[in-house]
Write a protein that binds this ligand. Sequence first.
Ligand SMILES: Cc1cc2nc3c(=O)[nH]c(=O)nc-3n(C[C@H](O)[C@H](O)[C@H](O)COP(=O)(O)O)c2cc1C
Length: 357
Amino acid sequence: MTDLFSSINVGPHTLSNRIFMAPMTRNRAPDTIPNELMKTYYTQRASAGLIISEGSQISLQAIGYPGTPGIHTAEQVTGWKTITDAIHAQGGHIFCQLWHVGRSSHPDLQPNNELPVAPSAIKPEGGAMTLEGPKPFVTPRALTIEDIQQTIKDFIHAAECALEAGFDGVEIHAANGYLIDQFLRDGTNQRDDNYGGSVENRSRFLLDVVDAVSNVWGENRTAVRISPLQPFNDMKDSSPETLFTHVVKALNQYNLAYLHVTEMGAEAPGVAGPAFDLTKLRPLFDGIYVTNAGYDKQRGNKTIANNSCDAVAFGVPFIANPDLVARYESNADLNEAEPATFYGGDSAGYTDYPNLG
Ligand SMILES: Cc1cc2nc3c(=O)[nH]c(=O)nc-3n(C[C@H](O)[C@H](O)[C@H](O)COP(=O)(O)O)c2cc1C
């Protein structure tokens, strides 16, 4: 019987289990360059079937939080390379999550203190985290067609950097209210050109990025993450079911490494738009389907057994349990995660969660 402990082929890779580590921003790269502490953190978690790295900004403009690593300079590539080498030495696999936050940033974080960019000039509710603490979001600048083309070039450059850094593949971050998601949903996209309006037009930027990135990596090492019901970052859509049915069918035209659907927001029906049953998406995608949010071993095994997914990405459980795979295998108790140390700080709450024994 297939379960979380069964191996799985993802693109050219054979992964030893279906317990994936979800992408998690931990803000431990003060200068945006991956470092020794991050290497320790990721290496401790190398027994995951696949590690998906924390969101890594594809350009200076793509940044939205202090201390997040980039994947667009030579120094960042060198930093990541020591991490991917260490994961491979342990027999693990790691994808890089390619991230552009769009409007979820602040001039304080932007080059020359420029306005953050977005599909349309719509200010989100809430605030950004800056070096001086939280500040209210500002009204972003709407991208021109030339800007969109430049952003796609930035994705290509970052994809090339990820290849050079020795990752096993890339996950395009099209979830959680960041730039690509801002194009997808009509609460944030009110453009009247080819990139706005119909679901086909709103999906265009995502598909342009998939085309561009898979030209670098091949489709079978390119993955996509979506979050159809996620309200985070003030996101909503008038019909998430129509939109994401189209998106998943469009992505199914590619031979992607996997599709990663996080169910965040499903527990708060209606906040991000009319709720729908996310399990309807699974039959629309013929490739590897990864699910996420709030899973434990039992629910993960059940979801794999009834073919509602192929693998499960675990987030918070991996923060607190570097040896999560071994703990699940032996039915051991789990360490409790400490939210106060999730975002930023030092080794405390990062690399000091104990293994079994
Ligand atoms: C500290 C933290 C940082 C996160 N950073 C990211 C990120 O960089 N990219 C992303 O797509 N999701 C991010 N997420 C969402 C997680 O990938 C995951 O979807 C979420 O934690 C729900 O899964 P879980 O219930 O297994 O924790 C983050 C979550 C947490 C707790």
